[in-house]
Write a new protein. Structure first.
Length: 318
């Protein structure tokens, strides 16, 4: 392999543009496109992970609505494109959205892109789409990369049924409440999380959901892509010991066991055993995860057993 070939191969792995850019795509004259809103998926890391159709649309539209113009400008430059950019994110959406709708009503074409992946996944794009539909304007999806789907397919966990839960709340109490709502969901869970909150989130997941199988993915499609497998407790311990990782993180967690009927005696014996060496909260989490029963039902039964003296009271209460 020549030096130049190695450089190009490395570029395809890291997501950077090749050392010697390829020739510009197509004629210099801008291609025509029908007016409307185009939802264009962009790379989640590797700049080559973009469809030919997406490049055609980005080359043709009148303007591109993006989260961070610096990120989108880098993507366009890598593919020899240049179009007017309009910042559209959660902090200015209420002001910019009416302008974009007006442009569409005037017969313009607008592409909506995220910094990475498919727009509308954990961004304010859905409100723009809703407004476009309400105004009777055409909306077209240009599908492509998605960190949530990439992580799910890499995880090895069941993918026939899954729930994307976005980012969990930053505050501990609110985070535990949302996790409690997810505890009984009989589907694989996919979530985004910031590196600095990762250790706390994994610990809370282990407590509320039980010690389920999980997969932590980081820097997907980039040079330092990493996939870690283990239980929630094991992953929580590793991250707590190592410190926050670098890069974007996507978590995939096994869903609740199928909530089949359970014998009352079996539930009681499981709770009694768990309460011998765990707090009430942790014992309830373990048993709920193991049996697939609703956490509230298990918690109520644990309280009844503790108050009746049938089982240890545990070290604390929720």
């Amino acid at each position: 392999m020549t030096s130049k070939t190695r450089s190009d191969a490395a570029a395809s792995v890291t997501g950077t543009a090749p050392a010697e850019p390829s020739e510009p795509r197509g004629p210099s004259k801008r291609p025509k496109i029908e007016p409307g809103l185009y939802l264009v998926a962009t790379p989640i890391g590797n700049l080559r992970d973009i469809t030919l159709r997406a490049l055609d649309v980005l080359a043709a539209v009148d303007q591109i609505a993006c989260e961070d113009s610096r990120v989108t400008r880098k993507l366009l430059a890598a593919h020899h494109l240049s179009r007017p950019l309009v910042s559209y994110h959660e902090h200015n959406a209420e002001t910019v959205r009416p302008r974009l709708i007006q442009a569409l009503q005037n017969g313009q074409s607008v592409a909506l892109v995220a910094d990475a992946g498919t727009p509308l996944i954990s961004d304010p794009g859905f409100k723009l789409v809703r407004a476009a539909h309400a105004a009777g304007l055409p909306v077209t999806s240009i599908p492509g990369p998605s960190a949530a789907l990439a992580a799910l397919t890499l995880s090895g966990l069941p993918s026939d049924r899954f729930l994307f839960a976005g980012f969990l709340p930053a505050k501990a109490g609110a985070r535990r409440k949302v996790l409690g709502e997810l505890a009984a969901v009989p589907a694989t869970l996919v979530l985004f999380e910031s590196p600095r909150r990762l250790a706390a989130t994994l610990a809370a997941m282990s407590e509320v959901l039980g010690d389920r199988p999980a997969v932590l993915t980081r820097e997907l499609t980039k040079r330092f892509e990493e996939v870690r497998r283990g239980t929630l407790g094991e992953l929580a311990a590793r991250i707590a010991a190592e410190g926050p990782p670098k890069g974007e993180v996507t978590l995939v967690v096994a869903g609740a066991a199928k909530a089949a009927g359970i014998d009352a005696g079996d539930l009681d014996s499981r709770l009694a055993a768990a309460l011998k060496d765990a707090s009430l909260r942790d014992a309830v989490g373990r048993v709920a995860a193991a049996t697939g029963q609703p956490r509230k039902l298990v918690y109520r039964r644990a309280l009844e057993l503790s108050e009746a003296g049938v089982a240890p009271a545990g070290r604390d209460r929720e």
